[in-house]
Design a protein around this ligand. Structure first.
Ligand SMILES: Cc1cc2nc3c(=O)[nH]c(=O)nc-3n(C[C@H](O)[C@H](O)[C@H](O)COP(=O)(O)OP(=O)(O)OC[C@H]3O[C@@H](n4cnc5c(N)ncnc54)[C@H](O)[C@@H]3O)c2cc1C
Length: 664
């Protein structure tokens, strides 16, 4: 039996995992990262368009600050987000981006003087201020009032991840690659680490830690077409679920991105539309202003994806042998702009479509992209129900995205939550309750369970083929748990997934029988886990009889605040059940800084909660009174919904901007 002891175990070497590990390591804790792939190959590298932080350096970002970023994010979430968490996030994002600059991220910068841009299909000239010259610039993104998305051309995730990985190496964080966390070790409501499998040798090791963090990213690969990397299979959510103790939040909240290329589903960044690209139909007609007169192509992603689908359903899609699609036109931006700021998009178009996007329109269609749901945590990143288990990044439901995340808020979340959660973990590790108090027999028991599962998969013949089951699962999710959902399709999906789950209990590995490097074995044990995660999504979607953010029910088109202003909580208490247990966590209007209202885009079909109006009046009265008394925006904000005391001391400071300086 191989056991490794450490203070903090981090599962996942993407942006979130690396930032958490760096943070705890800098607090003097022994830290190990387990990752399927070398960190620089994590899915975070795929992020293209940028990272939101309200710096307000660029002309079109003037007037931006944490309050505007907060408001945009809450509207984007369709009031599903935890408003305290969003406040913590928007306050820390400007610090995070400057820290990354110091670590070597070559953010694109403001250049003084006139520059040309495309806004609403028109060429305009923007004059950048002298004093902003050389500061981090930003581009426009969906659902934002200001240009707030900072970028490094369209390779933002790549440059962030490289800088972060280099920093982790500089800090001598121990990184163990090709190691897969297969199960969490836990006893009496306390997590003690994980059982990991070496993907090369097949060896199993127990990693025992005071604190364990899951930063394994999203679960896009439940769907047959997705912008996600092949390793985004929801394994972090699955191993949390399989404890029977940890819970998942809002699993049905799945985002579809408007502009993935057809047919392969590779993303072209929202930066294309942010920089002025247009969506056109089969007649070359720009349809989005008809649906969304104010935000047009730059409404939030859930809204644009639905509008595109609606338009195609009206027969306005371009017919192709891969199904209908629409066009993304970035020719309007000009070759020079594309080759500088959208160079990855150009490469993708050339390599996967054989077209030059400076000359030709790009065939696009909404495609699965992001998982708002994940391991439900407190604001500290700790599981609400399993002590010592933490989660951050896309793997978590922290919950700052609610039912729809804004573009650019995800890589920002990975870093910000990594920074904050690292501090909470380090604090926890300094307390006596973090002491490792688990017997070797219990550890051996967990190892044995995993050994037995692997042997069962390998030892007999004639069982189910995991590749077949997985393909069936992906098709069900794509066909019946998509952009538009309805009760009949969702019920069918749940029934079929339950059948697949039962069949998956009889999977055998038909090809190689090796315990060491064996992709068929990997697929076999992951498939059953993936079906459980898929059921959590589909069943949550079936039960939620309303439409909120990216969860859109054709049979219940209203956002129903009266009945559904809550978070879906999923658990899987016993292994023999075929459906998860689902409960709901209320979202309290009375403590909201921004009570529910109309988002300003999309359809206004809200069933209003009676408490909303009452709270809105309270907020308005208090704000008016304090403004009359000369209170500044920070004092007013604190009176409405205090959050700063929850932040680690070192991140509580206010953010300076060119237009907002503080003394002392
Ligand atoms: C094409 C594309 C473009 C995007 N562009 C943007 C953008 O411009 N702006 C933005 O804000 N967001 C963007 N996003 C979203 C954003 O990139 C992701 O949400 C974010 O990078 C996720 O980071 P993470 O650290 O949480 O997870 P990941 O980067 O996915 O890392 C997960 C890590 O977990 C490891 N892992 C997984 N399972 C296991 C296991 N069982 N055991 C051990 N290790 C495991 C993997 O090896 C990996 O290291 C984009 C997403 C896509 C798909």
């Amino acid at each position: 039996m191989k056991i490794v002891y450490t203070d903090v175990l981090v599962i996942g070497g993407g942006l979130a995992g690396l930032r958490v590990a760096t943070g705890v390591k800098e607090r003097g804790l022994e830290t190990i990262i387990l990752t399927l792939v070398p960190p620089k190959r994590s899915h975070s590298a795929a992020a293209q368009g940028g990272m939101q932080a309200s710096l307000a350096n660029a002309k079109m970002g003037e007037g931006d600050n944490e309050d505007v970023h907060f408001e945009d994010t809450i509207k984007g979430s369709d009031w599903g987000a935890d408003q305290e968490v969003v406040r913590m996030f928007v306050n820390t994002a400007p610090k995070a981006i400057r820290e990354l600059a110091a670590w070597g991220v070559p953010w694109s910068r403001v250049q003084r003087g006139d520059r040309s841009a495309i806004i609403n299909a028109e060429h305009v000239t923007i004059n950048e201020k002298d004093e902003a010259h050389g500061l981090i610039t930003a581009r426009d993104f969906g659902g934002t009032k200001k240009w707030r998305t900072c970028y490094t051309s369209d390779g933002t995730g790549h440059s962030m991840l490289y800088a972060m990985d280099n920093k982790a190496h500089e800090d001598q964080v121990e990184i163990r690659e090709r190691r897969e966390a297969m199960a969490l070790i836990h006893e009496n409501g306390r997590c003690y680490g994980a059982i990991s499998r070496n993907l090369m040798s097949g060896e199993l090791t127990a990693y025992i830690a005071k604190a364990t963090t899951i930063a394994t990213g999203g679960y896009g690969r439940l769907y047959s077409v997705t912008t996600n990397a092949t390793i985004c299979q929801g394994m972090g959510q699955a191993i949390a679920l399989e404890t029977g103790v940890a819970t998942l939040g809002n699993m049905e909240a799945i985002q579809f991105h408007p502009t993935a290329i057809v047919p392969v589903g590779i993303l072209t960044t929202e930066g294309c539309r942010g920089d002025g690209g247009l969506l056109l139909d089969k007649d070359g007609y720009r349809f989005m202003p008809d649906y969304e007169p104010e935000k047009k192509e730059l409404a939030s992603r859930d809204v644009v994806s639905r509008r595109m689908t609606e338009h195609m359903r009206k027969g306005k899609g371009v017919k192709s042998r891969y199904g209908d699609h629409l066009w993304l036109d970035i020719t309007i931006l000009g070759r020079a702009h594309i080759e500088k700021n959208l160079r990855e998009v150009k490469d993708i178009c050339e390599n996967f479509l054989g077209i030059d996007p400076a000359e030709e329109w790009i065939p696009v269609r909404p495609t699965q992209h992001y998982s708002m749901g994940g391991i439900r945590t407190k604001y500290t990143g700790e599981s609400q129900t399993l002590k010592g288990l933490y989660s951050c990044g896309e793997a978590a439901c922290w919950d700052m995205h609610g039912f729809n995340r804004l573009g650019g808020n995800s890589v920002s979340e990975t870093v910000v939550s990594g920074m904050l959660v690292a501090e909470y973990i380090a604090d926890y590790c300094e307390t006596p309750e973090s002491a490792i108090n688990i017997s070797t027999e219990t550890i051996e028991h967990f190892l044995q369970i995993e050994r037995d599962k692997l042997m069962t998969l390998l030892s007999h013949d004639g069982g189910e083929d995991s590749f077949e089951l997985r393909e069936a699962m992906e098709k069900i999710m794509m066909d019946d748990v998509g952009i538009f959902r309805n009760g009949a399709d969702l019920q069918k999906a749940v029934d079929e997934l339950q059948e697949l789950l039962i069949r998956s209990r009889n999977i055998t590995v038909h090809r190689s029988k090796s315990l060491a490097a064996n992709p068929a074995l990997v697929n076999a044990y992951r498939t059953q886990k993936m079906i459980k995660v898929a059921l959590s999504v589909a069943y949550g979607a079936l039960l939620r009889t309303e439409s909120r953010g990216a969860h859109s029910r054709e049979d219940f088109p209203e956002r129903n605040d009266e009945q559904w202003l809550n978070r879906t909580i999923t658990s899987w208490p016993t292994d023999d059940q075929t459906l998860p247990d689902v409960t709901y966590e209320a979202i309290d209007i009375e403590s909201m800084e921004m009570p529910p209202g109309f988002r300003g885009y999309g359809k206004n079909l809200n069933i209003v909660h009676p408490q909303s109006e009452i709270r809105q009046k309270e907020v308005d009265v208090l704000r008016e009174k304090m403004e009359a008394e000369g209170a500044d925006r920070f004092t007013i904000q604190k009176a409405l919904m205090p959050f700063r005391d929850k932040l680690p001391q070192k991140y509580r400071g206010r953010n300076e901007r060119l237009s907002e300086r503080f003394e002392g």
